[in-house]
Design a protein around this ligand. Structure first.
Ligand SMILES: O=C(O)c1cc(C(=O)O)c2c(n1)C(=O)C(=O)c1cc(C(=O)O)[nH]c1-2
Length: 239
């Protein structure tokens, strides 16, 4: 950690974007193969099944972050993320991201009960997701909120994904893509909110370095998740 003067906000953001350009999972070979239309139906289904494990833990990690936020204004805003995934409090759960992801699975021929059982999730994916939940449960908000900043990159990746799936995987029913269509807007809003908080809280160069480290950790975690999915490609139907 450094005792040097903090970078201006634009300097921190520039460093975050440069780091993401290099290490975010949009560059992962599995995503590149997905976008080129080179995945088999089995590989695409494996990705959906394993990513569901990530999705269903997002509201869990957000609840851990929420518990550490010190004001009601912050908590009132952050709780929206849990509703986005679990469904609105006055809804019936069908309006949430987790439900939309289950429908994505069904649109690709995956059984809802199989997704919900979690039985076929790869060990490396479990470790990556545990890593994220534990990180958010044990680090101060500066770092846990900074780790969500990978979402600065997610909307563009999702737009590429939607176009690639429409073109190369027409056997996935179009309704399944709704998860990504809705998430593009949510991701933009959430990453802007998180960036604002990080700028507000990161007062020293050491804080800013913690932000970059948390962001790099999350990039590596998403990368490891895809490594596990990519590596499973030669094995049985289930995994
Ligand atoms: O499909 C993707 O590539 C992708 C990436 C990310 C991300 O960068 O963390 C998220 C999502 N999707 C996503 O759907 C989502 O709800 C989400 C929440 C978060 C977070 O860290 O709070 N990241 C992401």
């Amino acid at each position: 950690m450094s005792a040097e003067a903090p970078w201006p906000a634009a300097g921190l953001e520039e460093r975050l974007r440069a780091l993401g350009e290099e290490r975010y999972h949009h560059r992962h070979p599995f995503n590149l193969r997905m976008h080129e239309g080179l995945l088999s139906p089995q590989e695409l289904r494996r990705w959906i099944l394993n990513r569901f494990h990530y999705q269903r833990h997002i509201p869990v990690k957000d609840a851990l972050i929420l518990a550490r936020l010190g004001t009601r204004e912050l908590r009132r805003s952050w709780i929206r993320r849990i509703h986005d995934h679990d469904g609105a409090p006055d809804g019936d759960g069908r309006d949430g991201g987790i439900e939309r992801w289950l429908r994505l699975g069904e649109a690709a021929g995956l059984d809802r009960a199989r997704l919900l059982s979690g039985e076929d999730v790869l060990p490396g994916v479990r470790l990556a997701v545990d890593g994220y939940v534990n990180f958010c449960g044990s680090r101060p908000p500066l770092e846990s909120v900074a780790s969500s900043l990978t979402e600065l990159f997610a909307p563009d990746l999702m737009a590429t994904r939607i176009a690639a799936w429409e073109r190369h995987y027409p056997w996935v029913e179009p309704e399944g893509l709704r998860y990504f269509r809705v998430r593009v807007g949510q991701g933009r809003r959430d990453s802007e909110e998180a960036l604002g908080l990080v700028h507000r809280w990161a007062r020293t160069r050491a804080d800013q370095e913690r932000v970059l480290a948390a962001f790099a950790f999350k990039c590596d975690l998403l990368w490891s998740l895809l490594d596990a999915v990519e590596h499973a490609r030669e094995t049985s139907d289930v995994r």
